[in-house]
Every structure is written in C-alpha cells, then in structure tokens.
Design a protein around this ligand. Structure first.
Ligand SMILES: [Zn+2]
Length: 291
C-alpha cells in the first residue's frame, strides 16, 4: 500500500517533502519570477563578511564548552531552488542563515555541522530531479545521525500564492519518542527569534509552532516532512530501502515569506537576517542547556 502510494508521488510532492513545495512558490511579480531571480548580494555573503556582533539588549545563554553537536540543514540545493522571488532564492538564503547561526553557536562552544555550505546539494549528491531530491533528503538525515547530533534544525523560508502570508513558523513532529523535546525546541527557537527581531526593531508575524505529522494530505493519508518524520513514514518513489529517520530532536524553521514584500525587505536586510539567526542560535542554546 505504501509503495503504491509513494510511487504516485508527484514531483511537486517530492519538493513538498523537502519542506517547501513548488506550489508554495509565489506567483512571480513582473520581472521577479523564479527564472529571473538572483540572490540578493548579502545572501551569498562569505562567512567572514557576516557581522555576528550580538545585539546588546539580548543576553546570550551560558557557554556550553563543546559538550553538544548541532546539525544545521539549509533546505533545498542544486537544481531544487525552493521558493524564489523578488531577487531572493531560498536555497542560497538558507545557506546564509545557517552560516550566521553556526557562528553564534560556535561562539558559545557548540560543535556545528552543516549539511551543505554552498548552492549545491549536500556533498556527494550528484543526481538531479526527483532522484536528486530523494538522495539529498536522505543525505541530510545521514549527516545528522553520523555526527551524533544532539539537535537537528532544517532552515527554510516560505513562499505562498497569497502575498498576504508573512511571518515565521516552526514545524515539529509529534510521532517521535522525543516528541516533547521536539515541541520544546520549536517553542524556544520561535520565542527567541521573536524576541531578537523585536529588540532589533523589526515587526515579524509570529505564526506559531506547528505539528508536521500531517503536513500534507495525500490520497487520504497524512504526509509529514521528510527530515522530521519517523522511520517508514515516507519511502519515496517505492524505493525498497525504508527511510532512516533522524535520531535526535529536531525542527524545521520557515524564516519569513519570500512572497511577501515586507518579509522580503527583511530578508534583504543584513541586520534583520542577523537578528533572526541570533534568535535561532540562542533558542537552540536554551534548549541544550535545559537537557
Ligand atoms: Zn524550503
């Protein structure tokens, strides 16, 4: 049953399993469509050019002295751009966010692993199309597990056919043995991101934390997010190999909407990006300190 179901998955659903579906990409405004989109200058900023000076108003949690490992997963990559519009391409924006969060975490003594550091899929994934998406998703989980990570955070930005949709939301999974930890992590990172952006002078809509166990309905069944869901929940395209899940608490963050002009203004604002990254990092630190 599952194999037949999965065999019928569309390319759009495969992309959806990655976190942001093709159907969620905003209908492009004139001159700002996906085919013409290019990353804003700051999106591809090298790590050394990122200003990681913490805002003075928000105290950082205590240092953790290398005790924990965090895997950060910039969503999409390669020939799968994610959402795009107004000069922002999600796959590249996601890497920029991850590099900023990495810096904040390392400052506090956390070991950080990134599933990818450039515009491509994770290293070693050369396939394209659906096969590339499948391999890419599996590789992200594998990287987090092989690093013995304490926390997994997949980083995305949203897109919607409705330009009015805006804000930040965080997905967690209830069908895991560490569901309570997933929920707690979602809560702490969202709260910290809202605090950090407010103190930096930005108005961000709080869209809340969302259980991703039925992220999409498909054929009368619930389909979760690949990188958060349990074993066997998503065996893509009838692959005989069952899905291996992450072994640690994790969340998927959707950092603003690439389809909303106000959110895009923040995505193109270096200080706003840094406030979001700082909040995400310190939310992760709050969670680690509580474990
Ligand atoms: Zn995405």
């Amino acid at each position: 049953m599952r194999l037949r179901l999965i065999a019928g998955l569309s390319a759009a659903l495969l992309a959806a399993l990655a976190g942001c579906s093709a159907s969620k990409i905003d209908p492009p405004a004139a001159g700002a469509g996906p085919s013409e989109a290019s990353p804003a200058p700051e999106v591809n900023a090298a790590p050394g050019s990122v200003d990681t000076t913490p805002a003075q108003a928000t105290p950082a949690p205590a240092a953790l002295d290398g005790k924990f490992v965090v895997t950060l997963d910039p969503g999409h990559g390669g020939d799968e751009p994610g959402a795009a519009g107004y000069g922002i391409v999600e796959k590249d924006s996601n890497v920029d966010f991850a590099l900023r969060v990495e810096r904040y975490l390392r400052q506090e003594g956390v070991e950080v692993v990134l599933t990818r550091r450039d515009t491509n899929h994770p290293a070693g994934v050369t396939a394209k199309g659906n096969a590339g998406t499948r391999a890419s998703l599996a590789e992200r989980v594998k990287i987090a597990n092989e690093a013995n990570s304490d926390v997994f955070v997949s980083i995305h930005s949203n897109g919607s056919p409705s330009e009015a949709q805006r804000g930040i939301e965080v997905y967690w999974e209830s069908r895991r043995e560490f569901a309570a930890a997933n929920q707690q992590l979602a809560r702490t990172v969202l709260d910290r991101m809202m605090q950090a952006t407010e103190r930096a002078g930005y108005s961000v809509r709080d869209r809340g934390i969302i259980d991703a166990s039925c992220w999409r309905g498909f054929g009368g069944r619930c389909v979760g997010l690949y990188v958060l869901s349990p074993a066997g929940q998503t065996t893509l395209r009838g692959s005989p190999q069952a899905k291996v899940p992450t072994l640690m608490p994790g969340v998927l963050v959707e950092l603003l909407f690439i389809s909303n002009p106000d959110d895009v203004a923040m995505l193109k604002d270096d200080a706003a990006r840094d406030a979001i990254a700082q909040g995400l990092a310190w939310g992760i630190l709050d969670f680690l300190r509580s474990t």
